[in-house]
Design a protein around this ligand. Structure first.
Ligand SMILES: O=C(O)C1=C[C@@H](OP(=O)(O)O)[C@@H](O)[C@H](O)C1
Ligand SMILES: C=C(OP(=O)(O)O)C(=O)O
Length: 428
């Protein structure tokens, strides 16, 4: 193919905005007193749920005609009054919004889908009660959650963080609204890059944030200042396109994800490098170039970037030797029990897999055609789509639409970037 060949497949992936950055920006803008603009927000089920919940609190969010930006008029503090908040499937909504509500005044009832009701909230509920909030939970100790709020004094807090980092992030974001601020310490923190992202965004919205020498985080009282923020493309979403490059020998670039990225999940490209791909990260973009096949024979800790472990596990059968991923026990508590969901789907494709409480080993093998159970988990659908692409073996997703949680246009974008490969696969 030449540089002028108009049929050359595209190499620049169009990745929508980060879910984690969009929902943090929305919350901080809602708490600030004045108008903030969130540029290039993610438009997906999770961010729509988060935005709708903020609207229920009385926050005004206006979209530009093409949703190029969202303009948020904040409350200048926590919410006041009474509201019912629907969190849908969004873990970030169920973990970030209750601390915000508790720092306000009134009665707030949170609920979500049966999938979200099954996800743990106990460490957050306990932390809020220790701070003085009145919280009633559903029968399982999580959603539905009723919060009777009458401001929070703040103070000192240790947050159990082995199940999720989102509890700590939610409490930290509410801390500038507490009378005396907060000095928080995480116990057994997983997914730590997300807490760094939280602190960086809080600083951008003017909060006083300091990591102390003894490992605590000190947040000053004083609220937030409205800010304009540009949302980066989502690094977890980008992982599917980088993996697709690695398994097809193609080159994929994601503009807007570079050395200054706030997202830990961009480190997924280091894992692909271990597996033989060539990776270039500049200030403004990341490029992955696939080599001749995938190299295995390594054991990698993906505890900090566990949303991307399934991307690797799903393509691991295409490697020359086994791949082990460890440190991912908390991935059993997400949209699905992700270790078991990946293992059982790979086994359905005839692949040998071993798993433990917090690890998985995937052996090489050519997958057989199979029907993939997505468990309403967007990442199962996206990961196994990349396995189908790389192996040329048809895999039928039982719920292709579940990708809407973070990327409604996923299948179209994969097809745009890999038309030949996918057409060949469809003809088989
Ligand atoms: O703070 C966030 O935005 C997130 C934190 C991570 O969750 P855990 O901390 O539960 O691992 C990640 O899996 C999730 O998709 C988004
Ligand atoms: C775990 C995830 O989402 P959340 O916890 O935000 O629902 C995810 O997007 O993979």
């Amino acid at each position: 193919m030449t540089a002028t060949d108009v049929s050359a497949p595209a190499t620049q992936a169009r990745i929508p905005g980060s879910k984690s950055l969009t929902n943090r920006a929305l919350l901080l803008a809602a708490a600030a007193g004045g108008v903030s603009t969130v540029w290039a927000p993610l438009l997906s089920d999770d961010t729509r749920a988060f935005r709708a919940a903020l609207t229920s609190f009385g926050v005004a969010v206006r979209s530009s005609p093409t949703s190029e930006f969202w303009e948020v008029t904040g409350l200048g503090g926590g919410p006041v009054g009474q509201a019912r908040l629907w969190c849908a499937d969004a873990g970030t909504a169920a973990r970030f919004l209750p601390p915000f509500a508790a720092a306000g005044r009134g009665a707030f009832l949170f609920d979500g889908s049966s999938q979200l009701r099954a996800r743990p909230l106990r460490p957050l509920v306990e932390a809020l009660r220790r701070l003085g909030a009145q919280v009633e939970t559903g029968p399982g100790g999580g959603l539905p959650l009723l919060i009777i709020a009458s401001d929070l004094p703040g103070g000192e807090l240790t947050v159990e963080s082995s199940l999720s980092s989102q509890y700590l992030s939610g409490l930290l974001m509410a801390a500038p609204l507490m009378r005396y601020g907060l000095r928080a310490r995480a116990e057994a923190l997983v997914s730590s890059p997300y807490v760094d992202m939280t602190l960086t965004l809080m600083r951008r919205f003017g909060a006083g944030v300091e990591k102390t020498a003894d490992g605590a985080i000190r947040i000053e009282p004083g609220g937030y200042t409205p800010t304009d923020l540009v949302i980066e493309p989502d690094a977890s979403t980008a992982s599917y396109f980088f993996a697709a490059a690695a398994v097809t020998g193609r080159t994929i670039t994601v503009p807007g994800l570079g050395t200054g990225s706030l997202q830990g999940d961009l480190r997924f490209v280091d894992v692909l490098e271990k597996a033989g791909a060539q990776v270039t990260v500049t200030e403004s973009a990341t490029t992955v170039r696939g080599g001749d096949g995938l190299r295995g024979g390594f054991d990698v800790d993906m505890g900090d970037i566990s949303d991307t472990f399934m991307t690797l596990a799903a393509i691991a059968p295409l490697a020359d030797t086994p791949i082990t991923i460890h440190g991912i026990g908390h991935a059993r508590l997400k949209e699905s029990d992700r270790i078991t969901a990946v293992a059982s789907n790979l086994r359905a494709c005839g692949i040998r897999v071993a798993e433990g409480a917090d690890w998985i080993t995937v052996h090489p093998g050519r997958p057989a055609p199979a029907r993939i159970s997505c468990h309403r988990d967007h990442r199962i659908a996206m990961s196994f789509s990349v396995l189908a692409l790389g192996s040329g073996v048809p895999l039928e997703l039982d719920d292709p639409g579940c990708v809407a949680k973070t990327f409604p246009g996923f299948h179209a974008e994969l097809h745009r970037l890999f038309p030949d490969t996918l057409d060949r696969e469809e003809r088989q």
